[in-house]
Design a binder for this molecule. Structure first.
Ligand SMILES: *Cc1c(COP(=O)(O)O)cnc(C)c1O
Length: 437
């Protein structure tokens, strides 16, 4: 398929307002990738050049791009039913998907509320918690607790939970009240200190807190900050002790990314509310779910005035549901989680040795996540990460950084040869920064 690249870039720069992008710089300085095709772990641009996709399409395409079984499920469903309302109507794929999702969810999570992206999956969790307490005897519980560096999406509700300053600051004056506690993934703090802050927040706030919201085991947008499972176990204990809900945002870490189906499994805990999106539909369609307990579900029974009056036009839509159901079948039938283990070890070994480079401050890995902090300038707006990005692009990899954090989150199914080449490019591109400043 021939594409007039120049025309597309011109139209794009004239009309498209890009997410997370300073548009003046973008227009004057950026020569964007123009992607026209993708398969497996490979992106193809308008000139036919190929790039290894280091971040699995913004952390979504866990089974690789255009997995034939997902494409097949989408094609088949599109011929039968593309959309139906979910308010008062049932359809086979939503029902079967909800059953399959509860089958793999941590114990005790038995009811599924569908929405269409990660932000709304968490927003649903927040609203469930608020309304539950409001109508079940604790109406003063209207606050949340979340971590420094937290990222739970972009709606105004979840922005309140966010601890990444550039995303939060412009809206700070209108956000819900959130108790901010230290991140257990902050390398400058001890685990004890992070736990102590959470203990204090719960001790002092138990009467007003609706829920504690966490990204289990790894804070993605904060820069792939991993942390100890002991923190999650302690968070579960504290929430039980004070009878405050624990919401686990598994939008990024779930679906095998951490090496287990759910990151919460590393701690052997189950949250009261689990949020999933991204890998949920294998990166093919916007699709999300919030899974919860009978206790919370039952708290909305007993009269029409107690119902959850909330929904989205595309809630549980048949196309997304068909694909998400097929994703779970592929996970099971293709042994995805089993086969991830040796790949995760390759990532762990590569990032451990990258820590020896003079340009690297520290590195870490968890399952199919490998990350390193470049020495020197820090923060989301730092530019060394973008120089690594440019170099990797010339070498044939798409390696979008998070500030000074260079990371890989490839498809769980990336072939070993591609993974090794990707890891080699990471090393070469970091080394190309020259001597550390
Ligand atoms: C990406 C992400 C979200 C938001 O998901 P969207 O689909 O972009 O709205 C929420 N939580 C976490 C942990 C994420 O990584």
């Amino acid at each position: 398929m021939a594409v007039d690249r120049g025309r597309i870039v011109a139209l794009d720069k004239q009309r498209v307002w890009h997410p997370y992008t300073a548009m003046d710089q973008y227009r004057s300085k950026v020569d964007p990738l123009v992607i026209v095709e993708a398969r497996g772990s490979t992106l193809v641009d308008a000139d036919g050049r190929e790039y290894l996709d280091a971040n699995a399409s913004w952390w979504t395409s866990t089974l690789g791009h255009n997995h034939p079984r997902l494409v097949g499920a989408l094609r088949e469903q599109s011929e039968a039913l593309c959309h139906t309302a979910l308010a008062g109507i049932a359809h086979p794929k939503a029902a079967e998907l909800a059953e399959a999702l509860c089958g793999v969810a941590p114990a005790g999570l038995e009811h599924v509320f569908f929405s269409d992206n990660g932000s709304t999956a968490v927003e649903v969790g927040m609203k469930l918690a608020l309304q539950y307490w409001a109508q079940n005897g604790r109406p003063e519980r209207t606050r949340f607790a979340a971590l420094e560096g937290a990222f739970h999406g972009e709606t105004l509700g979840v922005t309140a939970l966010g601890g990444v300053e550039v995303f939060r600051a412009p809206f700070a004056s209108v956000l819900l009240d959130c108790a901010r506690v230290a991140s257990p993934g902050d390398p400058s703090l001890s685990l004890e200190r992070a736990v102590a802050e959470l203990e204090q927040a719960l001790r002092e706030g138990a009467d007003t807190l609706a829920a504690v919201v966490l990204e289990p085991m790894v804070q993605g947008a904060a820069g792939m900050r991993t942390y100890d499972a002991a923190y999650l176990r302690r968070a579960r204990e504290l929430c039980d002790e004070h009878d405050v809900f624990l919401i686990c945002d598994e939008v990024f870490a779930g679906y095998g990314r951490s090496g287990r189906m759910w990151a919460s499994e590393h701690a052997g805990i189950a949250p009261d509310v689990l949020c999933t999106a991204k890998g949920f539909s294998g990166g093919m369609l916007p699709m999300a779910a919030t899974v919860t307990t009978p206790r919370i579900f039952d708290g909305f029974l007993g009269g029409a005035d107690r119902a959850f009056y909330y929904g989205h036009t595309f809630c549980g839509n048949p196309l997304g549901a068909a694909v998400a159901l097929e994703v779970l079948r592929v996970f099971e039938e293709e042994d995805v989680l089993q086969r991830v283990q040796p790949k995760a070890q390759r990532i762990a070994a590569a990032f451990a040795s990258l820590a020896e480079l003079p340009q690297v401050e520290r590195s870490r890995s968890l399952g199919m996540v490998g990350a390193l902090d470049l020495a020197g300038d820090a923060g989301y707006l730092a530019d060394a990460g973008w120089r690594v990005y440019e170099d990797a692009r010339r070498r044939g990899a798409y390696l979008r950084p998070l500030g000074n954090v260079v990371y890989v989150t490839p498809a769980l199914t990336i072939p070993d040869a591609d993974l090794d080449r990707l890891l080699a490019i990471v090393g070469e591109s970091v080394a190309s920064l020259g001597p550390a400043r």
